[in-house]
Ligand binder design. Structure first.
Ligand code: DAH
Length: 360
């Protein structure tokens, strides 16, 4: 093989293995560029004798043309390959389903859902929503609600106390939503008709108790609110919430310092199967405490018990959420497990309303 043939076959091999247009351009420059291997050989023509030049001139020109042609045809192939690759990578399959929007993928926590359901029901009866702070004073959490200092009913509340402040006062994490009754009566003129959803705290933890839990409080104050009204409100609520036509309720005497008389309410249920069913069966389940607002509580809020009267109730939201949606362990509510929320959560745009259906 002559030197020229060797050069040609090595350049042709480089052309063949150039994998894209940039690599091919590098091969072209290395062969035909100013300092390229062929250009260098061309320069030797000047130093040749006439005889030699006659022989080598056409050979070298032939080599130049052959390489230029090979580069041109390889360029065509690479161009076509690049286009085909792009076509494949940029293909859109228009038959694929539309991707879920974030609003579809997110889920509403069952507690938020149940709070929305409950407020939808009471809003429909003309109640508005009131809220108060999670960190409360002893006065609002206990004293104003007729739990004097040292009263044994305080013991039931497993209270979390804050460190004493500069005045030696120890605030508490509210043990119930009832302090918001006081805050509302202090600032609003009767008639008052409010529900108070919110977080509450007690030192307690097992499958049905969590140190942070949720309550919903209700309060009605006017000149004639009575126990019959209370029973009606609670019965309407239970029917709407559990989405049944009728539900039997049982009112048992009880004790709360801030109500007189005080009652506990059980609702009819059936526990014979795997799940608890409401509105049927001959079993009972306790769901809330209630009563007529104690005259001392009215007095503490500067309301004259000879003019005003009212009723109140309080229930655990977590508990009735578990009952309605069949969640076995309360602790899962607060574990932030995405699989759990995907299973038990609610679609964000299905906002509960009485006319559209509560639970979708
Ligand atoms: N605050 C009570 C508790 O947490 C619940 C309660 C009972 C609230 C009776 C009320 C009521 O408003 O009337 O144990």
């Amino acid at each position: 093989m002559t030197d020229i043939e060797k050069l040609e076959s090595s350049i042709l091999a480089d052309i063949d293995t150039a994998s894209d247009e940039a690599a091919l351009e590098a091969v072209r420059v290395a062969a035909l560029g100013k300092k390229g291997s062929i250009s260098e050989v061309m320069k030797t023509l000047g130093r040749m004798s006439n005889e030699e030049r006659k022989e080598m001139g056409p050979k070298l020109n032939g080599l130049k043309t052959a390489i230029a042609d090979a580069i041109a045809s390889r360029k065509e192939i690479l161009k076509r390959e690049a286009i085909e690759k792009r076509l494949v990578s940029e293909t859109t399959d228009v038959t694929l389903p539309v991707r879920q929007s974030p609003a579809e993928a997110g889920r509403i926590h069952p507690i938020s859902q149940v709070m929305d359901e409950i407020t939808a029901i009471f809003a429909d009866m003309g109640f508005s929503v009131a809220e108060g702070p999670d960190i409360e004073t002893d006065y609002y959490n206990f004293v104003a609600l007729n739990f004097p200092e040292g009263h044994p009913a305080r013991e039931m509340h497993d209270t979390f106390f804050m460190e004493p402040d500069e005045n030696g006062e120890r605030k508490v994490l509210r043990t119930h939503t009832s302090p918001v009754q006081i805050r509302t009566m202090e600032t609003q003129e009767p008639p008052i008709r409010i529900v108070i959803p919110g977080k509450t705290y007690r030192f307690d933890s097992d499958a049905t108790h969590s140190p942070m839990f949720h309550q919903l409080e209700g309060l009605v104050i006017d000149k004639s609110a009575n126990i019959a009204n209370l029973k009606w409100v609670l019965e309407e609520f239970c029917k709407a919430f559990f989405e049944v036509d009728a539900v039997k309720m049982r009112f048992r005497p009880s004790f709360f310092p801030f109500t007189e008389p005080s009652l506990e309410v059980d609702i009819q249920c059936d526990r014979s199967g795997n799940e608890v069913r409401f509105g049927e069966g001959d079993d009972w389940m306790e769901i809330l405490g209630c009563g007529m607002v104690h005259p001392n509580v009215l007095r503490n809020c500067n309301l004259d018990p000879d003019v005003y009267q009212g009723f109140a109730w309080g229930m655990g939201i977590d508990r009735i959420a578990m009952l309605k949606y069949g969640m076995p362990d309360l602790r899962d509510f607060f574990n932030a497990d995405v699989r759990w929320i995907r299973h038990y959560g609610f679609r964000p745009l299905d906002i509960p309303t009485l006319f559209g259906g509560l639970s979708g």
